[in-house]
Design a protein around this ligand. Structure first.
Ligand code: PGA
Length: 249
């Protein structure tokens, strides 16, 4: 059975001191667990977290974004090659907060995934509908359009990505998609991947959006939910560890 992946998305939170104690607690508490985990940290802390995570393999390092450009005059951007210098294993691309506040288009997200893949970094490609989309019955159309752009640009490499289904209305709101609602969308995404690659079963499809210690086990028991992308609950060691434990069962 494929291992589940639990990735923390710290967003714009943390400090040198807070990161050190959070990571220490997570590393201690996760010893021996049979699951893949990662922390996607602010770029400013990549060097710190790389040093703390060195020499162990349970918790991998991730970034929250990557530039769609390779190199050059792009002030403020961070390239996939630079991330690779810090042994970054995963890069979140197309998070709804990037799509919303930085006007990232489907095409830009697809290019970011391509840059990550060509540097040997696994992109965690986020897709998800807004509440208005869901109420208009457009959930399937929206997530398929978002994933189609990434499939189109990345061709046969598509089996190397991780997908995260994150309904925008569930992010940071305490409203979680029900396991049935999430599974229904995950099945749609799996079918779309199957049409693009014979290795679709290998692709981990994570759920994100108010996943927490209390609801993780039920969400993770769904057939097409292969892990979680965790925002708020990844900032508390005890909560993050409980989610990792639920995934390791
Ligand atoms: P949340 O965030 O767990 O705080 O809802 C998830 C995410 O945005 O990745």
């Amino acid at each position: 059975m494929k291992k589940k992946l639990i990735a923390g998305n710290w967003k714009m939170n943390g400090s040198l001191a807070a990161n050190a104690s959070l990571l220490q607690a997570v590393l201690e508490g996760s010893q021996g667990m049979n699951c893949q985990a990662a922390v996607c940290v602010p770029a400013a802390y990549l060097a710190q977290v790389q040093a703390v995570l060195a020499g162990q393999s349970l918790i991998a390092l991730g970034s929250q974004d990557v530039s769609a450009q390779e190199v050059g005059a792009f002030t403020g951007e961070i390239s996939a090659g630079m991330l690779k210098d810090f042994a970054v294993r995963y890069a979140i691309v197309g998070h709804s907060e990037r799509r919303q506040y930085h006007a990232e288009s489907d095409a830009t997200v697809a290019l970011k995934a391509q840059r990550a893949l060509s540097a040997g970094i696994t992109p965690i490609v986020c897709v998800g509908e807004t509440l208005a989309d869901r109420e208009a019955g457009k959930t399937e159309e929206v997530v398929k359009r978002q994933l189609a752009a990434v499939i189109h640009t990345n061709g046969h490499c598509i089996s190397e990505i991780v997908v995260a289904y994150e309904p925008v209305w569930a992010i940071g709101t305490g409203k979680t998609a029900s396991p049935e609602q999430a599974q229904a969308v995950h099945a749609v995404l799996r079918a779309q991947l199957k049409a693009a690659t014979e290795h679709a079963e290998r692709v981990q499809i994570l759920y994100g959006g108010s996943m927490n210690a209390a609801n993780a086990a039920e969400l993770l028991s769904q057939p097409d939910i292969d892990g979680g992308l965790i925002g708020g609950a990844s900032l508390k060691a005890a909560d993050f560890l409980q989610i990792i434990a639920a995934a390791a069962r």
